[in-house]
Write a protein that binds this ligand. Structure first.
Ligand code: NAD
Ligand code: UGA
Length: 470
């Protein structure tokens, strides 16, 4: 009989661990939750009294942190102690793509999962439920279970007796809407073989989520469903982006096409916004992981089908850089270009795999002078992304600087490129800002958030994604 869960430990205080534990704490005042991480700066920032220093920007998160932190929600670097005390342990660590060795560029790097499982094996006491929250390849639970079980030794010391149950409970939150997604998820997925352990986890979620939204499956279906959900979502974006290019050639408009197909209830209207390609830490890595798994099982046609989703995404980013270059007469040398938005989507400060990175690098390699503004991404983060050389070349001809406001970014520029769909970019007074731009002045709207009417009256040249009138 599994004891009632009174203390949760979460390993990994990142974009998933932080918000997820905050929402559980808010809904379960009877449970103590500690989020642990090896990264001291991250933990210090989670504990900071200045809420602007929280390591993650998510709408609504700061209110929950104020309410729960120090009461039943704690952030700590004391990994061992908190593992020892936890009845249930979430593994919420990073699982990026391997950068070297066999499977490099496709397979998941499981070193953080393995090392956290080893820490749990070493320090847990009594009966412990271990929950995979990270996105991992199918069959990872088997590895975790072997590591955990191999730490169990026969001992007379009752204190040392251990028992582990491994569950899969993938997270489906999207950044920018994490709090909302966690508070009212479409579903919660629990995969596991031990019914009591699954029910103990379900009981936690039932504090705010109706039971009919809590799905129970076997471990492997749960692990595979997470990869499949991300692959299907990314596939929709590559599909609409491929059509956006055709719209530009044929005089069609991708927004009209989106509306027409989205009203078919079998297709549905969500996730059909054409743009500069999907970014974020997960879509690309999760599809590549799926591709790797298919290759591993000799399903080569399936692997190449899914690989195409990533290829179209990379092509869309290159396509946009090329259009900007061509419209600006084939040379960007010393031209001032205003870049609006650097995060991979609005309402987050996350820049991982942001389309802005590749587009900016392309423009820099043409000699452009970029002035980058983003309401939530700080200049240090932009610097890290633009100087990382894991994309081929880092010796750029152009230059970039951080602009503290939209106006400073646009002033004296030859063109504006909107890369992230931040709401404030829809409110720009083009009549005013256009006066400060150099002629001929261009606006490139890679998100389709600006109305051409607002621009054309101000003699600005306008290109918008998927618009056949361009
Ligand atoms: P992240 O990089 O923001 O956070 C991971 C944290 O784990 C880091 O702070 C790191 O220091 C810590 N860590 C690693 N090994 C550790 C160890 N042994 N002990 C203590 N701390 C350790 O990553 P994230 O974005 O939160 O993603 C975590 C997982 O969740 C990934 O598998 C990802 O695919 C999945 N996921 C992410 C999202 C998202 O929106 N970011 C959504 C759903 C699922
Ligand atoms: C995505 C999934 O939506 C989550 O369900 C999943 O949990 C998460 O990945 C994960 O596993 O990490 P996230 O990447 O945070 O969430 O954000 P999305 O809203 O999915 O956007 C991803 C990218 O696609 C962004 O660059 C966004 O701008 C782009 N996008 C999204 C489009 O270009 N068009 C759309 O219609 C929707």
């Amino acid at each position: 009989m599994i004891k009632k869960i009174r203390k949760i430990t979460c390993i990994g205080a990142g974009y998933v661990g932080g918000p997820t534990m905050a929402v559980i704490a808010n809904n379960c005042p009877h449970i103590d939750i500690t989020v642990v991480d090896l990264n001291t700066k991250r933990i210090d920032n989670w504990n900071s009294n200045d809420l602007n220093k929280l390591p993650i920007y998510e709408p609504g998160l700061d209110e929950i942190i104020i309410k729960c932190r120090g009461k039943n929600l704690f952030f700590s670097t004391e990994v061992e102690k908190n593992i020892r005390e936890g009845d249930l342990i979430f593994l919420c660590v990073n699982t990026p793509v391997k950068s070297r060795g066999i499977g490099a560029g496709e397979a998941s790097d499981l070193k953080w999962i393995e090392s956290s499982a080893r820490q749990v094996a070493l320090h847990a006491r009594g009966e412990t439920i271990v929950v995979e929250k990270s996105t991992i390849p199918v069959k990872t639970a088997e590895t975790i279970k072997i590591i955990l079980d191999s730490s169990i030794t026969k001992s007379d010391d009752q204190e040392q007796l251990k028992e582990f149950h491994v569950l899969s409970n993938p997270e489906f939150l999207a950044e920018g809407t994490a709090v909302k997604d966690l508070q009212s998820p479409d579903r919660v997925l629990i995969g596991g073989e031990n019914l009591e352990a699954s029910e103990a986890l379900a009981l936690i979620y039932r504090n705010w989520i109706p039971d009919n939204k809590i799905i129970r499956t076997n471990l492997w279906s749960s692990e595979l469903s997470k990869l499949t959900a991300n692959a299907f979502l990314a596939q929709r974006i590559s599909s609409i982006n491929s059509i956006s290019a055709l719209c530009e050639m044929t005089g069609a408009n991708v927004k009209e096409v989106k509306k027409a197909i989205g009203m078919d209830s079998r297709i549905g209207s969500k996730f059909l916004n054409a743009g500069p390609g999907f970014g974020g830490s997960c879509f690309k890595k999760d599809i590549l992981n799926l591709v790797y798994l298919c290759g591993y099982y000799n399903l080569n046609e399936v692997a190449s089908y899914w690989r195409k989703v990533v290829e179209i995404n990379e092509w869309q980013q290159k396509r946009i850089s090329k259009i900007i270059l061509e419209k600006l007469f084939g040379t960007l040398t010393n031209k001032k270009i205003s870049i609006l938005g650097f995060s991979f989507k609005s309402d987050t400060n996350d820049t991982r795999e942001s389309p802005a990175i590749n587009i900016c690098k392309d423009l820099l390699s043409e000699g452009a002078d970029l002035h980058i503004y983003d309401p939530k991404v700080n200049p240090e983060q932009i610097k890290i992304e633009l100087s990382s050389n894991h994309y081929k070349d880092s010796s750029f001809d152009g230059s970039w600087s951080y602009s503290p406001s939209i106006n400073e970014s646009i002033k004296n520029s030859h063109c504006v490129v909107i890369i992230t769909e931040w709401h404030e970019f829809t409110l720009i007074d083009w009549e005013n800002v256009s006066k400060e731009m150099l002629r001929p002045a261009w606006v490139f709207d890679t998100r389709g958030i600006i109305s051409s009417k607002d621009l054309k009256s101000n003699s600005l040249r306008f290109w918008s994604i998927g618009n056949g009138d361009n």
